[in-house]
Ligand binder design. Structure first.
Ligand SMILES: [Mn+2]
Length: 243
């Protein structure tokens, strides 16, 4: 079986969700062949060197737990989210995960999926898309990562505050995927079933694209009380509640 999760937004300030995730890694996830984490595993990621931060062992504790799962034989794949888009090769090496491109096609014997974080489809949020285009450039990232870790942590916090403030002024539809962009995406990926997160609006949507029925599964975000994974058992997708 294959498990999909996203939008855990792990942070030291929210120990409940970390506890649910660590229980999941040590329990439910062990029965899977593969675990896909489709973005925003972490609330913030200032750079892989945070794993060696002597003042903050939180990231290292989570990544070591991921490594234990990978060492137990579960294939682990991680996609960038809009919060943790700086997860890099050192993270991958230490966790045992492979970093996935966004989007990523997953061809299984019985079904074809395309996986994405989902933020790229929120095309009505022009301000965010401009930010995304800037920070996904290699030049921007190498310049940012060249700054001292403490400075980057503060910059990430400031960005969060700005983004939270901007969100309050944004209409609800701006924070969701754009229907036209989504149809174009589903067409471009051969009408494969789309699994994504990001919007924190868990649902199963039925799209009719060029007369073809296409499913879009939106993963749930996690919080201090509960989490959720989507399980592919070889035939169907089933949501599983975690607490
Ligand atoms: Mn997101």
């Amino acid at each position: 079986m294959i498990l999909f999760i996203s939008d855990l937004h792990l942070a030291p300030q929210a120990p409940g969700v970390s506890r649910i995730f660590l229980d999941f890694l040590g329990g439910r996830a062990r029965a899977a062949e593969q675990l896909f984490i489709l973005g925003d595993l972490f609330e913030a990621w200032p750079g892989d060197d945070c794993l060696d931060d002597p003042d903050d062992s939180f990231a290292a504790m989570i990544v070591d737990a991921l490594h234990d799962l990978a060492a137990a034989g579960v294939q682990l794949s991680v996609m960038h989210g809009n919060r943790d888009f700086l997860l890099g090769e050192a993270f991958a090496a230490r966790s045992g995960a492979r970093l996935l491109p966004d989007p990523c096609v997953l061809s299984l014997p019985a079904w074809q999926f395309v996986l994405s974080h989902g933020d790229a489809l929120c095309t009505d949020d022009h301000e965010y898309q401009a930010f995304r285009a800037r920070v996904r450039q290699a030049d921007w990232q190498s310049a940012f990562l060249a700054r001292p870790l403490a400075e980057r942590k503060e910059a990430v916090r400031a960005l969060r505050r700005q983004s939270e403030a901007a969100k309050r002024d944004k209409a609800s539809f701006v924070m969701d995927v754009n229907p036209g962009a989504t149809d174009d995406f589903l067409r471009a990926y051969g009408y494969a079933s789309l699994i994504h997160g990001h919007t924190h609006r868990p649902a199963r949507h039925d799209h009719l694209v060029d007369g073809i029925h296409v499913e879009r599964w939106v993963l749930s975000d996690w919080n201090d009380e509960q989490g959720e994974c989507l399980c592919w058992d070889g035939e169907t997708l089933i949501r599983e509640h975690l607490r």
